[in-house]
Design a protein around this ligand. Structure first.
Ligand SMILES: *[C@@H]1O[C@H](CO)[C@@H](O)[C@H](O)[C@H]1NC(C)=O
Ligand SMILES: *[C@@H]1O[C@H](CO)[C@@H](O)[C@H](O)[C@H]1NC(C)=O
Length: 504
């Protein structure tokens, strides 16, 4: 029995093994799907919406996007949101995670002028979700900063904390009577990569500076919004509010102490920098990372560390400011200092840690260059989080597979099945996972990859003005998993016609 379990998890997919067939997700565990405003809404300049950094980037520098596309129309969810909710009912989800577009509500980013049409759009969306008993989860910021605020420095200006607090106040005040599940920021590492590299808007490429400054200011903005909710809104609204990180799975390349330390330092640089200030015992940035960047900065002749530390007062202000650990997970790799190649800019975060990663060729490659399927990846990253912050309450807020255009998606089907087996493995070990939100409800604008990489349970026809959505096989498989609360590897849909089950 024990051996069977070990073998199954080593192979990631355990086809039909009796030991696993009977495992059920507990009653408290919630299932859902997620999307983000810029990736789906379109209507980029309709009804008073202001310009954001992705509108600006895609319009002024279209060649930065693989297929020169943009989110001007995207899935046109601004006009099709009722169809989106019909799809949620077809799937039978209990939670829908979407983000609110800052510049749709505050066209200039600042709170002196509120665009009522933007408020109406989200009110309609929320009311329609509640009509069908679907719990809304709002991501307050999913990468689409108002362009006006970018011109004032964006996340490199410490005033971002005040601007974000003002915006969050409007979100809580306007939607918090009905929405009880909030996340402040989605994937700060990607937000800040727009300052420390060319990886995302606004593509500032201030390597080894902009990313660290952004991390610091973003954490203070998060903490301000958390305290605002906690002090002024929670007493009457009674919801929860958290923070959403991207965590990939990592294992040391060898058993050496150096490689084990490499995994630790890599975790500190890629997610601990955002999570230790909130969830660790002492607060503040991770110790070894702080020492490393300080030493590197000194050796490079700087009189101060490029990673500016928090004051004791700021540390205390940030510590404990999250009701749950929201985590997005995709790829995995082996990590080692021996894999480091000196091809990174100096200074830069990658040069600071001197680390390399490795994904064997045998691992299945998704349509995204950065995303390979590490065996047992979901179980591994959940163990990493739980080891760092024992007992922390985890929601997987994004997870899914990327493919090319097309309706056939056997790889995605296999991905979801093995990912959810990984969640069950973690639950068996007592890891405190409370929910799973698949990414994504439908194909959408995949940032720098445009429409060339597809993550949808539903395919979207971007050549059709109606943006017709068609369920892929994975939609039927995920629906069955949610309905039975089990992963049945032998389940095949009776037909490929979607219907809404009773009660949805
Ligand atoms: C980005 O910045 C680094 C220096 O930190 C530089 O080497 C590189 O050429 C820059 N890239 C672009 C496209 O400007
Ligand atoms: C788009 O929707 C309109 C209105 O429902 C319909 O008349 C038209 O046939 C649709 N077009 C396509 C290509 O599905």
């Amino acid at each position: 029995m024990k051996l069977a379990v070990l073998l199954c998890s080593a192979l990631a997919v355990c086809h039909g093994a009796e030991v696993k067939q009977s495992r059920k997700f507990p009653n408290y565990f919630v299932f859902g799907v997620g999307t983000a405003a810029y990736q789906i809404e379109g209507a980029w300049n309709e009804d008073g919406k202001g310009e954001n950094i992705w509108d600006y980037l895609t319009h002024t520098n279209p060649s930065a996007i693989v297929d020169q596309s943009n989110g001007d129309i995207a899935c046109d969810s601004y006009h099709n949101y009722k169809r989106d909710i019909e799809m949620l009912r077809e799937l039978g989800v209990s939670v829908y995670r979407f983000s609110v577009s800052w510049s749709r509500i505050l066209p200039e980013g600042l709170s002196y002028y509120i665009n009522e049409a933007g408020i109406t759009y989200y009110n309609n969306l929320i009311d329609e979700l509640l009509k069908y008993n679907i719990q809304p989860m709002i991501t307050i910021y999913h990468w689409d900063l108002p362009q006006r605020l970018q011109e004032l420095g964006g996340f490199m200006n410490p005033l971002i904390a005040d601007w974000f607090e003002d915006y969050a106040r409007i979100v809580f005040k306007t939607f918090g009577d009905r929405v009880k599940f909030f996340a402040t920021f989605n994937e700060p590492s990607e937000i800040c990569s727009g300052y420390g590299s060319l990886g995302k808007a606004p593509m500032l490429n201030e390597t080894g500076f902009g990313d660290y400054l952004c991390a610091r200011n973003l954490l203070l903005a998060h903490a301000k919004a958390y305290h605002l909710y906690n002090d002024e809104f929670r007493p009457t609204q009674g919801g929860v509010i958290g923070f959403i990180l991207a965590v990939s799975s990592t294992e040391p390349l060898t058993d050496s102490e150096e490689d084990k330390f490499a995994v630790e330092l890599y975790s500190q640089a890629t997610w601990g920098i955002y999570t230790d200030p909130i969830y660790s015992k002492e607060g503040g940035f991770p110790k070894e990372l702080v020492e490393r960047v300080a030493a590197k900065s000194a050796a490079q002749g700087y009189s101060r560390s490029r990673l500016p530390d928090f004051s004791e007062e700021e540390k205390a202000f940030i510590l404990g400011t999250s009701d749950f650990f929201g985590v997005n997970h995709y790829s995995g790799s082996y990590v080692s200092q021996t894999l480091y190649t000196s091809q990174h800019a100096i200074p830069s975060a990658l040069d600071d840690i001197e680390m390399g990663t490795y994904a064997p060729d045998e691992w299945l490659q998704s349509a995204s260059s950065w995303f390979q399927l590490m065996p047992n990846s979901v179980h591994i990253f959940l163990k990493l989080i739980n080891a760092r912050y024992p007992g922390v309450r985890i929601y997987i807020t994004e997870n899914g597979w990327s493919s090319r255009e097309g309706i056939v998606d056997e790889d995605r089907v296999n991905y979801y099945r093995s990912a959810l087996e990984g969640v069950l493995d973690a639950l068996d070990e007592g890891i405190n996972v409370h929910g799973y939100l698949a990414w994504s409800l439908m194909d959408n604008f995949e940032w720098m990859a445009g429409y060339s990489e597809r993550f949808g349970l539903y395919e979207v026809d971007f050549n059709d003005p109606n943006r017709t959505r068609t369920p892929r096989k994975s939609a039927f498989i995920y629906k069955n998993i949610m309905k039975t609360r089990m992963v049945d590897h032998d389940y095949e849909p009776e037909s490929y016609v979607m219907t809404i089950d009773e009660g949805h």
